[in-house]
Structures are given as C-alpha cells and as structure tokens.
Design a protein around this ligand. Structure first.
Ligand code: C5P
Length: 220
C-alpha cells in the first residue's frame, strides 16, 4: 500500500437512513439506501484516510477498511458522531429523519376496534448543523448534502449558509430522476463562492471526485 493523499487524515462519514421507533416493532424511515455515503467512505479510505463510518440501517453493506459504527436513530447518530470527533473533515451523507415520535411506546400498540392511534412528533437534532457550528474542535472541512426536489441550487445555497457547513453537495431527488435509491447521481458542489455542476455519473464516481476534492482542500 503506497499511501495516498489522505494518509494520516481522520475523516468522519455519516450514511444511510435513520429509523425512528413508533413502538418495539414499528418505525418511521426514509428511502435512503446508503449507497452514496458508502461509496464516499470507500473512496476516502482508498486515498489513505482513516475513516469513521457512522451508518444507519442501510441497504448496502459498509465498505471494508473503515471503522463502522452502526446506529438506528438520529439521536444515536449524533452521539456517535460527537464521540468520533475530532476529525480533519466530516461528510454528512446520512438521510437523517427530521422528526421522531415524541414518546415511542415501550410495548406494541394494539388495534382497538376503529380507534386510530395518533402520533405526535418531536424535532430531531440537526447533526450537520451541530457540528458545523461547533466553536471548539470543529472539523476543518464540513460537507453536507442537500436532496431537493425543486429549486435545487437556491435551496441548497440557503441550506449551506443556514447550517454553517463549508460545502453542500446538492442533488435533485425528484422521483423521475431515479436518484434516490438508484445507482447514479447528478450533483452540484456548492461552496461559499461557487456552484459547480457535475455531469450525471455513477455514485462511486461522484464519491471518487469528492474524495479527491477533499484531499485537495485539506492539502491546500
Ligand atoms: O435539512 P436537510 O435534511 O435537507 O439537510 C441535509 C443535510 O443535513 C445532509 O447532509 C444530512 O446528512 C444533514 N442532516 C443531519 N441531521 C439532521 C438532518 C440533516 O445531519 N437531523
């Protein structure tokens, strides 16, 4: 193994969906497969980085050569991320549930003739924003994702500023793009000063290019 531009760099990657319990047998989830986050972790490791991979219950297996930390909920993901810091860079590719069920039931909710259960929600912590806004020990480069269905650039640009991360990788997840859960991605890399459109390509290729950009940024 000849090394690589990220040798000696510790990089945190979050990936996959989160599952938010309703009761012991039911949960709320989303359609993230974990494919893009997994590919990014693999690409960073291939460039020599020590990768800490914090993943929700994904469809795809974690890559080899990384430290895998499996979580289920957003709250657990935040805790795992905080425990994994400090790092040189952090990439937040997870599709974290925005809401959890406010008081998940400890026992299975029973059907009672015709009476429908009502779920109340509570807001989950925003892991990307929390880490981006750390005043001490913030990773030198924080990269977030923005999956949007309309006004991709405008929404993602506003999101970058609001959350306080350095880059946002924005993509259009409208159903007709087939991107969510699919094998390809078409992204725009948004920094404080520019929006760079990348052509549609496989998720592993997006991951390789992003890993190279991260290596360049950490070197420069
Ligand atoms: O606000 P939105 O969910 O669109 O933001 C997406 C970005 O924020 C992704 O990078 C995602 O991993 C991160 N995020 C997070 N914690 C949340 C919600 C989103 O880290 N609770």
């Amino acid at each position: 193994f000849a090394g690589g531009p990220l040798l000696g760099r510790r990089i945190l990657v979050t990936s996959g969906p989160t599952h938010e319990p309703i009761d012991p047998v039911r949960y709320i989830a989303n359609r993230s497969s974990g494919a893009q986050g997994t590919a990014i972790a693999a690409a960073l490791a291939a460039l020599g980085a020590e990768v800490v991979f914090v993943t929700g219950p994904a469809d795809v297996p974690p890559p080899s050569g990384v430290q895998v930390i499996k979580v289920e909920t957003a709250a657990q993901m935040l805790e795992a991320v905080q425990a994994a810091l400090p790092s040189d860079a952090a990439v937040f590719a997870a599709a974290v549930a925005d809401w959890r069920v406010a008081s998940a039931s400890d026992s299975k909710i029973k059907k009672k003739n015709g009476a429908l259960p009502v779920l109340e929600f509570a807001e989950n912590p925003d892991i990307l924003a929390t880490v981006s806004q750390m005043t001490e020990g913030r990773p030198g480069l924080v990269v977030g994702f923005a999956a949007e269905t309309d006004d991709v650039i405008a929404n993602a640009t506003a999101k970058r500023a609001r959350k306080g991360c350095d880059w946002i990788v924005a993509n259009d997840v409208s159903p007709e793009t087939g991107i969510m859960g699919g094998t390809e991605n078409a992204v725009v890399l948004i920094s404080e000063t520019e929006a760079e459109h990348w052509p549609r390509m496989g998720k592993p290729e997006v991951a390789r290019l992003l890993a190279q950009r991260i290596a360049k940024a950490l070197a420069g």
